[in-house]
Design a protein around this ligand. Structure first.
Ligand SMILES: [Zn+2]
Length: 376
């Protein structure tokens, strides 16, 4: 949600990897294409929070049931949320204007002025995306000084908290995206090997990422307007800014709760500032703007469960790297025996507790596939 442009017109914002239309361009679309607004989906249900429209009544009811739980949960967990009726459209193509669909990596949109959320038909993670967009349309004027990147972070932190079935996955995905903006997350793969009756442990450093991400300077990221966050996120599905926003918002909320993040906004408003200064944000997150600090913050946010989830998330790349390593080292030539005997581990530097990779189904499957053997 992008408060600074509120007065100038409608402000759709996007969920997940998505963002917001530039207000100026959107205004243009409103003027030129006002006859071409997308039609509302045909099936409609009303709910305590407002209404849901979808292509089928069943889907509208399903989404309404989940949103009916999410809205009061978010309102009671996060300060400064508005009490306003909300409309949700569940669309096959995410569009505000007919024939102008948003890119596939954008999972949801929020139009603050209309208090309307757009999500996708058949989305397995619709609750997560709904929660994210709900924060955009519910966050009231007391949040106005929150920088665009941190607003996305707030939406994701709330979504991970109120949709626990996807919370861990969301947390880890955003952390990996954040680390990728500072050179990637470094981890160590190790396994046991035998030579002439002696056992050795082979160790190799791997860089974990979910694709290439442009390096991001934190100080500059916090100065981006909401529309700039949109422009970057809409053209780039790798999520670097969303990762950074999540990491920093998560750290502040972890230390001071949602109220602490809110207080930063109130203090900036009192001082007559347009946005919370980057220095205040970094201090509240106990970080500085260096890549080292960012990578350290990511590692701090990964415990045992998170490391295991991380191994699942990057199972394919990890398996490819491990197979190559094993073959290069002239190790075991039977992959199933290797998985059984080699005690394959993934750990983060300076962390005692590794993940035993052979225990993860996702890794085993990818390992055998990478070796050239179909799943068994
Ligand atoms: Zn968003």
């Amino acid at each position: 949600m992008f408060h600074s442009s509120r007065a100038s017109g409608r402000r759709p914002s996007a969920g997940y990897n998505g963002a917001v239309l530039r207000p100026a361009i959107l205004l243009g679309l409103v003027l030129v294409l006002s006859a071409c607004r997308a039609n509302a989906p045909v099936a409609a249900v009303t709910a305590p929070f407002g209404s849901v429209r979808a292509e089928t009544l069943a889907e509208a009811q399903q989404v309404a049931a989940r949103a009916a739980e999410l809205v009061p949960t978010i309102r009671s967990a996060v300060p400064g949320m508005l009490d306003r009726p909300i409309e949700i459209w569940v669309q096959r193509q995410l569009e505000i204007f007919e024939g102008e669909p948003y890119a596939d990596h954008i999972a949801g949109m929020a139009d603050f002025e209309e208090a309307r959320i757009h999500v996708r038909t058949g989305d397995e993670r619709v609750a997560l995306h709904l929660a994210h967009e709900l924060v955009h349309v519910l966050a009231g004027p007391t949040w106005a000084t929150l920088p665009g990147v941190l607003e996305e972070g707030l939406c994701d932190v709330v979504a991970a908290a109120v949709v626990p079935e996807h919370g861990l996955e969301q947390h880890v995905k955003r952390l990996v995206e954040a680390a990728a903006t500072a050179g990637g997350l470094s981890a160590i793969v190790s396994f046991r090997q035998w030579r002439g009756g002696d056992a050795y442990r082979i160790r190799a450093e791997v860089r974990l990422s979910l694709g290439d991400v442009t390096p991001i300077n934190l100080n500059r990221a916090f100065q981006l307007s909401a529309s700039e966050v949109f422009a970057k996120a809409a053209g780039d599905s790798s999520g670097g800014l969303y990762g950074v926003g999540y990491l920093v918002a998560h750290r502040i909320v972890e230390r001071q709760g949602f109220a602490g993040l809110h207080r930063l906004c109130l203090a900036a408003t009192e001082r007559g500032l347009e946005r919370v200064p980057a220095a205040d944000i970094l201090a509240a997150a106990a970080m500085n703007a260096s890549p080292d600090s960012l990578r350290g913050a990511v590692v701090d946010s990964i415990g045992d469960d998170e490391l295991e989830e991380l191994a699942r998330l990057v199972a394919k790349d990890l398996a490819i790297a491990t197979v190559k390593l094993c073959k290069d080292m002239g190790g075991e030539d039977r992959p199933t025996a290797f998985l059984e005997r080699a005690d394959l581990e993934l750990r983060l530097p300076h962390r005692a507790r590794p993940v035993k990779l052979a225990r993860l189904r996702e890794f085993r499957e990818e390992f055998l596939r990478a070796w050239g053997i179909e799943e068994i």
